[in-house]
Design a protein around this ligand. Structure first.
Ligand code: ADP
Ligand code: MG
Length: 679
């Protein structure tokens, strides 16, 4: 590290407040600075730290090492006499043993009574640890990640907890933070953090008097738990200090999540492969197969999870056991599963979550959520938790609420990012940069040739909407990729890529015929929704992104300055790019028609047209190699001359088609001399 950065880093180390999502399955740490919120990655660039601690003991039963996170899931190394792996300790934190009793069957380690009906984890044959102590190890790991990423000490944190955590559970979480050397400046409900990650309700000064109370649903399907909350947001008024979030209602199931899907898949696979497995047994019993030991069962469940993740991306995936296991390797005993089969398997589970949504809405009505259709009284629905990546979940939840869901932010990361936003607000550092009244940089789409067509220009007030028609440049394109950019320069390469979407399944059509309508919508919270629909086939695609995440106001200023410096050159380049794509369309259409009606044309006309086509094609090739080598005016004139010269060709072609239709025959099958009459 350079001296300069160290000097500036240590000077204000007390300012840093990180946001931490201390999850049942996974935990993360995030920081919000001038560029907005971001997750801090570990030394191998991983965002998620599994909330798992492995205690390794020597022969005498003394703990010789504690390992946290991804490494804790690996078997203990040589020399370790015994080890205990502790996961999901969040299920125990701050609860009495009597309260937690129903959770014990889900835990893979022993829980023993401590003082005053507390629960303790057996970590070696002779020693126990409190849930706070176990959580503190996870928090220390996160603190260490933050410190090595930031190159400075981190002492303060905002930590999130489920909305339904009671006072004892919140206190115990604070204690865990203290044990990890962290001053917990605030405990924030997870759904509130998710809303903050999207900037929902961060009041803009200009809007203070305009904004009204809003209601937000947060649907959180994680590894082992599901909960749905209805939040009410009361924006700060002119006199008020901060916006006010209130959890109106929460519902859910503390034993419903991705793990259940893994188990169900493993069980289905077991039945398929071994004719029954253990049958669909009670949910609390982990999947088991007669004659298989724990390791082998664990391998089946791991494979189930891999298949599940693959099916979020792909239409089908193959279930295969690792080399060496029965049914694995190359003996061909795999099982291909498609999306529809997977959906059928998890439908009951997804429906249970929808019943909880109904319940939460009902409860919220009693607390002042207005009557009326859900889609109207709920302003936003946010998806959180890794399991909301499953397409069926998105489809059903979207259907239930009748709304476009907020999915732009990685569902694993939303809670941690929101915690960091809360932290930044408390630190008083960055609130200003998180808010926007106007769109700071233009938003657009890459067009053929690499130019950007801007749909929404900078400084448009939010919310903003724009739509435009596009088409294809190549014949028989059955899928169209749209790439979304942000910036002021004319060429995509000089702008910031925000994401892409693919419209697939378009029937083959000549270039230029598909009618692709693309709509950009930036809502009041600054979330950009891009929708594309091909009108002839009805095929559509959508994507969502938060354009301002990762963008500082200094960068916005720099981008604006650069665009002025490059304005003239950029304009020429954009013009050339457009000329290339239009000329290419002309050249291919004219050549095709020429081939078809050649015999109907005066030979001299046909020859001169071919010459002009060749000239324009030459300009296209030259401009593609180096846009500076072509004079845009000369290029445009050549293209226009070709367009004029080809008018006669098009007339002949139309007449010929009409003739062919009257004759009932198909154009291409006509013998070369039969069209003479139309000439
Ligand atoms: P928690 O909040 O309980 O700590 P997470 O939000 O991290 O949990 O969610 C973890 C769960 O998300 C796991 O069950 C994991 O398998 C699931 N998950 C992660 N990515 C995907 C994906 N692409 N498709 C389906 N499930 C996923
Ligand atoms: Mg979570």
């Amino acid at each position: 590290m350079s001296n300069a950065s160290r000097a500036s880093g240590s000077a204000d180390s007390s300012d840093v407040i990180v946001g931490i999502d201390l999850g049942t399955t996974n935990s993360l740490v995030a920081l919000c600075d001038a560029a907005g919120p971001r997750v801090l990655l570990d030394e191998r660039d991983r965002a998620l730290v599994p909330s798992v601690v492995r205690y390794d003991a020597d022969e005498r039963g003394a703990v010789m090492a504690t390992v946290v996170g991804n490494e804790a899931m690996l078997p203990a190394p040589e020399g370790v006499a015994s080890s205990v792996t502790v996961s999901s300790v969040k299920r125990l934190i701050g609860r009495s043993l009597s309260d937690a009793r129903s959770d014990l069957p889900y835990l893979s380690y022993h829980v023993v009574p401590g003082e005053r009906d507390t629960a303790r984890v057996r970590i070696t044959p002779g020693a126990t640890a409190s849930p706070e102590e176990v959580s503190a190890l996870v928090l220390s790991k996160l603190k260490g990640i933050a410190e090595s990423r930031l190159g400075r000490a981190v002492r303060r944190a905002v930590i999130t907890v489920p909305a339904y955590f009671d006072d004892a559970q919140r206190q115990a979480t604070r204690t865990a933070g203290r044990l990890a050397g962290l001053d917990v400046v605030r405990i924030v409900p997870e759904p509130t953090a998710a809303a903050l990650a999207y900037g929902i309700g961060l009041t803009r000064d200009a809007q203070r008097n305009r904004r009204e109370v809003s209601h937000v649903v947060v649907y959180d399907l994680g590894g082992g738990t599901f909960d749905v909350s209805v939040l009410r947001l009361t924006p700060a008024d002119a006199a008020g200090e901060t916006d006010f979030y209130q959890v109106l209602a929460t519902a859910g199931d503390t034993h419903l999540g991705g793990d259940d899907i893994d188990q169900a898949l493993a069980r289905a696979f077991g039945m398929r492969l071994w004719g029954g497995g253990d049958g669909p047994s009670a949910k609390a019993e982990p999947f088991a197969i007669a004659g298989f030991d724990r390791e082998e069962v664990a391998a089946v469940v791991r494979e189930a999870r891999r298949v599940k993740h693959a099916l979020s991306e792909h239409e089908r995936a193959e279930f295969r056991l690792p080399e060496g296991e029965e049914g694995g390797g190359s003996d061909g005993r795999g099982w291909e599963l498609n999306r529809a089969e997977f959906d059928a398997l998890i439908t009951p589970l997804v429906e249970r979550t929808l019943r909880s949504c109904e319940q939460a809405i009902r409860d919220a009505r009693g607390k002042g959520l207005p009557e009326g259709p859900v889609a109207e009284v709920i302003d936003a629905v946010i998806l959180v938790g890794g399991s909301t990546r499953i397409p069926l979940v998105r489809e059903r939840v979207g259907g239930f609420f009748g709304k476009q869901l907020y999915t732009a932010i990685d569902p694993d990361q939303a809670v941690a990012l929101g915690a960091s936003v809360q932290a930044a607000i408390l630190a008083g550092t960055t609130k200003g940069s998180l808010l926007l009244d106007v769109i700071p940089l233009s938003l657009g789409l890459e067009t053929v040739g690499g130019a950007v067509a801007k749909l929404i220009v900078r400084n448009s007030p939010v919310p903003a909407r724009a739509s435009e028609m596009f088409s294809t440049s190549v014949d028989n394109q059955t899928s169209i990729r749209l790439t979304v950019y942000q910036g002021e320069r004319e060429m995509a390469a000089d702008c910031r890529k925000l994401g892409e979407l693919h419209v697939r399944g378009i029937p083959p059509m000549p270039a230029g015929l598909p009618q692709l309508e693309v709509t950009f919508l930036v809502d009041a919270n600054g979330v950009l929704n891009v929708g594309a629909v091909e009108r002839r086939s009805g095929k559509r695609a959508t994507m969502q992104v938060v354009p301002n995440h990762g963008l500082t106001s200094d960068e916005v200023d720099r981008i604006e300055r650069e665009s002025l410096t490059h304005a003239r050159e950029d304009m020429t380049r954009h013009r050339i790019a457009d000329l290339i794509s239009h000329a290419m369309l002309d050249v291919s259409a004219i050549s095709r028609t020429l081939d078809r009606v050649q015999t109907l044309l005066e030979p001299a006309y046909a020859a001169s047209l071919r010459e002009q086509v060749a000239a324009v094609r030459g300009l296209v090739e030259a401009a593609k190699r180096d846009w500076r080598s072509v004079d845009p005016n000369a290029f445009q004139q050549a293209k226009e001359a070709l367009d004029r010269a080809s008018m006669r060709l098009h007339e002949v072609a139309i007449a010929e088609s009409l003739q062919a239709q009257l004759g009932g025959g198909s154009v291409r099958k006509e013998p070369p001399d039969s069209g003479r009459s139309s000439a």
